[in-house]
Ligand binder design. Sequence first.
Ligand code: NDP
Ligand code: GDR
Length: 369
Amino acid sequence: TNGTKDSSNGTHEVAPSSIPRSIVGDQRKVALITGITGQDGSYLTECLLSKGYEVHGLIRRSSNFNTARLDHIYVDPHNSAKARMKLHYADLSDASSLRRWVDSILPDEVYNLAAQSHVAVSFEIPDYTADVVGTGALRLLEAVRLAPKPIRYYQAGSSEMFGSTPPPQSETSPFHPRSPYAAAKVAAHWYTVNYREAYDMFACNGILFNHESPRRGENFVTRKITRAVGRIKLGLQTKLFLGNLSAARDWGFAGDYVEAMWLMLQQDKPGDYVVATEESHTVEEFLQAAFGYAGLDWKDHVVIDERYFRPAEVDSLRGDSTKARSVLKWKPKVGFHDLVAMMVDNDLEIAKKEKVLVTAGYMNPQQQP
Ligand code: NDP
Ligand code: GDR
């Protein structure tokens, strides 16, 4: 078994692991997820475990523990034979690690969610972004192709690939990427199509529009806003610095979107699918909804800071997910205002805990734990 969590001191360590395999005669499906520690990785893990899967996740080495989003799922393999989620060290920049884990786990399905996923940061580290997002997908496809059994492959594509193509964007809309991140995702998209055509692999591209949740990284605009709403409401900060407020996005709930990933790999034939709510809102509308929900006026708090503007912007995204709705029978359950409420409620609770620590003198209000 893999992935040890030393529960005695609250730390969790992923041990160098031996080869895990389902018990003989066990018909349970096995999935391998890259990017398991990210927002989508945690929701997809919950989704697959609820369907009876054994889930293996590849995590990268970090100087701090990076498994916080999985803590509630984690079962210490020392204490329980029931651990159905196992973690292994690998990196999308290291082909040998990918090949080794694919070969030893021999999953039925591989979900490639790992990425340097921040669009603005991709302008700062373009070379690294291209390596992990673009070439990383190619490395993983190659590992899957060379495995001694057929494995179904999911590629986490993005609406950012459409870039400046006007909405509504569907599977047939042209790509016009506007960032190193988006260009690398376009490369990963075409690698996936090419492996499907060249090697008859069951490989699918999900072209997912923005999806958010209480687990969203705190430097994406929605979570940055809802975290600030919680902290402003509790008196822990007064200002929120943002960039372009006029960009429009099609924002859905991450929990709904991981279901679509799974559905793509359950079809008779592989394909590419746009996944979207088909409703678009500007960043300003998100501000209005989030601050308004907490009884605040965003105009009293938001300050525009040039540093958050991007060298090239994606102005307007709104998906046409007709294909996913008709073929996969998928549709989103959580709408825009419910999503905003879910995120603000979560972040008000976090702010309340921070407030207790600040009041007791254990935390500086500028700090975020
Ligand atoms: P996150 O940024 O939350 O998670 C990214 C994951 O990739 C993390 O687990 C991260 O590890 C891991 N990772 C980063 N670099 C490497 C590397 N070099 N090797 C191995 N793992 C690495 O992203 P989301 O969960 O939001 O998104 C999942 C995928 O879907 C990404 O590919 C993203 O680009 C794509 N996508 C996301 C959309 C969205 O709206 N959320 C929309 C469309 C596509 P660590 O935790 O250590 O940082
Ligand atoms: P995006 O998400 O670039 O769409 O990529 P993000 O939340 O970063 O930006 C959305 C829009 O908000 C504007 N914006 C700001 N963005 C951030 N991060 N911080 C700010 O302060 C700020 N102010 C304004 C941005 O300019 C942009 O227009 C996300 C990621 O999850 C990608 O990995 C994924 O592929 C796409 O969604 C679909």
